[in-house]
Design a protein around this ligand. Structure first.
Ligand code: ADP
Ligand code: MG
Length: 259
């Protein structure tokens, strides 16, 4: 019995789960005939539609999974307002190479200088590259893990934090951790290090103060720093809060208006 290949084109795409290619098949075939496409041009065009749609869905899921408090991108960052940052360093991070190198990124500096903005930007670009990323503050993560420990489901909770290609831990050192919370943060750092998965962190505390972050356990703090800094890009940001600067600028232009 001979096969009806015309029919097989659509049933085959359906069986293979190539939904977008199936939806575009008729229109794409007509276009191919009208424009005298080669067979491989036609196939490439159809696959491109399928792959772009799959990528779009992946990115959408990644962004949902990440739980960013808001979305930011490096393009929104005003480098002129922040001369203490080496633009080339951020552009290099924006290639996403740090993810393949299992390199960590730590943004240090006072409040309002753009640490969270840049950390979220790296998270968003990770999602756009098609990788899983998860955003949390240090205290939220520590509390969640302590709760999981009490409820005998720590292993699963830690796995959830270790599995994504990137973990963004914001505001390390803003709120003190107790001994249990500190050791849980350490376990996440250590396990991600073993798995060669990057961490992006932000902190207002210099490394010399990290003993306090780890409940005054300087041995645990240095064991954590050892792993974090083994492969790491540290971005030290100095200067005034961008929010306050913007306020001042707004005030200045207001003053210029004659009453
Ligand atoms: P931090 O985490 O260092 O306290 P944020 O990243 O939360 O600071 O920045 C405070 C606000 O100012 C955010 O809305 C952020 O987008 C904005 N901001 C900070 N620095 C810049 C900058 N250089 N260009 C554009 N927006 C900035
Ligand atoms: Mg912040």
């Amino acid at each position: 019995m001979s096969v009806n290949y015309e029919e097989k084109a659509s049933t085959g795409l359906n069986q293979l789960g190539l939904e977008t290619a199936l939806n575009q098949l008729d229109q794409c075939s007509q276009q191919a005939a009208a424009q005298n496409w080669s067979y491989s041009h036609f196939l490439g065009y159809l696959l491109d539609a399928e792959l772009s749609e799959r990528h779009r869905k992946t990115v959408q899921l990644n962004l949902k999974f990440a739980r960013f408090p808001y979305l930011k991108s490096i393009d929104d960052f005003n480098f002129d307002a922040q001369p203490s940052i080496d633009r080339r360093l951020i552009d290099e991070l924006a290639t996403g190479r740090f993810l393949h190198e299992a390199r960590n990124v730590i943004f240090l500096g006072p409040p309002g200088v753009g640490k969270t903005h840049l950390a979220i930007s790296l998270g968003v670009l990770t999602a756009n590259l098609g990788y899983r990323v998860y955003f949390t503050t240090a205290i939220d993560m520590a509390r969640k893990l302590a709760k999981a420990l009490a409820e005998n489901r720590l292993k699963r909770e830690i796995q959830n934090l270790v599995r994504p290609t990137l973990l963004v831990i914001d505001e390390v050192g803003y709120l003190g951790l107790d001994t249990t919370q500190a050791s849980l943060l350490f376990q996440v750092v250590a396990q991600r290090y073993e798995k060669n998965h990057s961490i992006v962190m932000t902190s207002n505390k210099p490394f010399s103060d990290w003993g306090h972050i780890f409940a005054n356990d300087s041995i645990m703090a240095s064991a954590a720093l050892d792993r974090l800094l083994h492969r790491c890009t540290v971005v030290n940001i100095r200067g005034d809060s961008y929010r306050l600067k913007e306020k001042k600028l707004a005030g200045a232009s207001f003053d210029l208006n004659p009453a």
